[in-house]
Design a protein around this ligand. Structure first.
Ligand code: SAM
Length: 342
C-alpha cells in the first residue's frame, strides 16, 4: 500500500494514496469525515471536560486521536486508548504519531476486535464509535464501558435502512418502522437514538442526546450518560410513534447552550443551522414546496419572508439542517399552510 501526506486540522498524517474511498482499503481515511472530526473536537472543547479518558475503538489512520492531542486542551486529556483490528492500520497509526511528534506515554495502541478492546478496560468517559455501516456490533460493549457522566459518540453510515429505503433491514437492525418522506433523515436519526438508548438501559445507563445531526452519507449522535433506574425509565417514556414511524426518540436532539458553543468554536453552515433549530422544541419540520404542491400553487414566497410571517404571529421559526426546503416551527400546521399560501 502506498501513502501520501494529508493535512487535516492541525494534524499531518499518512493516508492511502488511492483516490477511491472504500471500506475494502486496508487503511481507511475519508476526507469527507473532516466535519465529523471537527464537530467532535468542538464538542469536547465546548464541554471543557477534564480528565478525559478516551476510547477510539475503530481508529483507522489515528487521525482523530492525533487531532484530539493537538486541538483539545492538552491538560484535559488523561489518556487516549486507540484500537483497530487491522495490522496495516496499526503500523500507520504508529507512523502518524511519530510524524506529529506525539510522545507515547499518554497513548495506548491496541490491535484487537473493537468490543473486546473496550471490555478489557475498566471504563472510559468518552467513547467514539465510528465504524463502516451500522454501529450495532459495538453498542453493547461501549454502553457497558461508559462511565457516569461520560459521553458516547456514535456514527452510523447505513442511512438507507434508517431513512426508509430498506424497511425490513430497519426493522431487524433498529427495531422500528422508518418512513421515506421529507422528514426521513430526522426520523432515521430518532430511530437510531432510540436503538442506542435501548441497549444502554439494559446496563442502567440513561443516554440523553446532547448534539446530533445528519450530514452527507452518515448520522451522528453524542449522548451524555446518567446511571440509575429512574433516569432509564425517563428515557423509555419518550419512545413513541410519530408520523406513522418509530417507535423513536421524541425528546430533544440538542442541548441548546452546547449547540451555541459548538457554533462559536466551529462556525459552518451545519453548526449555524443547528444552533438556530436547537432553540425550537418541535419534532419534525415542514417542507415548503410540499405544502405548495398540496394547494396546487408554486413556491411564491421566499423562505425568509415565510419565517418573518411566522415570527410576527408569535411563533418560532428556523431553517433546518435536515432539508434545504424545510422550515422548523412550533406554529400549528393549518396556520402555517395559511401563511405559505396566503
Ligand atoms: C470508518 S473506519 C474508522 C475511521 C476513523 N475513526 C477516522 O476518524 O478516520 C473503521 C475502522 O474500523 C476498523 N474495524 C472494522 N471492524 C473492526 C472491528 N470489529 N474491530 C476493530 N476494528 C475494526 C477498520 O479496520 C477501519 O480502520
Amino acid at each position: 500500500m502506498t501513502y501520501k501526506k494529508v493535512k487535516e486540522g492541525e494534524a499531518t498524517i499518512l493516508a492511502p494514496k488511492e483516490e477511491k474511498i472504500s471500506g475494502d482499503l486496508p487503511v481507511f481515511y475519508n476526507p469527507i469525515m473532516k466535519t465529523n472530526r471537527d464537530i467532535s473536537i468542538a464538542l469536547l472543547n465546548a464541554l471543557e471536560k477534564e480528565d478525559l479518558d478516551i476510547a477510539l475503538p475503530l481508529a483507522g489512520t489515528g487521525i482523530r486521536a492525533i487531532r484530539f492531542f493537538k486541538e483539545l486542551k492538552r491538560d484535559n486529556i488523561k489518556q487516549i486508548c486507540i484500537n483497530d483490528c487491522n495490522e496495516e492500520a496499526i503500523k500507520v497509526i504508529n507512523e502518524n504519531f511519530k510524524l506529529n511528534s506525539i510522545a507515547e506515554e499518554d497513548i495506548e495502541i491496541n490491535q484487537t476486535e473493537a468490543s473486546l478492546f473496550m471490555l478489557k478496560h475498566a471504563g472510559f468517559n468518552y467513547i467514539d464509535v465510528d465504524p463502516f455501516g451500522s454501529p450495532n456490533p459495538f453498542l453493547d460493549a461501549s454502553c457497558k464501558k461508559l462511565s457516569r457522566d461520560g459521553i458516547l459518540a456514535v456514527t452510523a453510515t447505513d442511512t438507507a435502512p434508517l431513512s426508509g429505503t430498506y424497511t425490513k433491514v430497519c426493522r431487524r437492525k433498529y427495531w422500528a418502522e422508518p418512513k421515506k418522506d421529507h422528514m426521513m433523515h430526522e426520523t432515521g436519526l430518532r430511530i437510531l437514538i432510540r436503538k442506542i438508548q435501548l441497549i444502554a438501559v439494559q446496563y442502567e445507563r440513561a443516554l440523553t442526546p446532547i448534539y446530533s445531526y445528519s450530514d452527507e452519507h452518515y448520522m451522528r449522535v453524542f449522548f451524555r450518560c446518567k446511571k440509575g433506574k429512574k433516569h432509564c425509565d425517563e428515557i423509555l417514556s419518550q419512545h413513541k410513534m410519530f408520523n406513522d414511524a418509530g417507535p423513536l426518540w421524541l425528546g430533544p436532539l440538542w442541548d441548546e447552550d452546547l449547540a451555541e458553543k459548538i457554533m462559536n468554536l466551529n462556525p459552518c453552515t451545519l453548526t449555524k443551522l443547528i444552533k438556530d433549530e436547537s432553540k425550537i422544541h418541535s419534532i419534525g419540520f415542514y417542507n415548503i414546496p410540499k405544502i405548495c404542491k398540496k394547494h396546487k400553487i408554486g413556491v411564491e414566497k421566499k423562505f425568509d419572508q415565510i419565517m418573518e410571517l411566522i415570527k410576527a404571529k408569535g411563533y418560532q421559526a428556523s431553517r433546518t439542517h435536515f432539508d434545504k426546503e424545510g422550515i422548523r416551527t412550533n406554529m400549528p400546521e393549518e396556520e402555517l399552510e395559511k401563511v405559505v399560501i396566503g
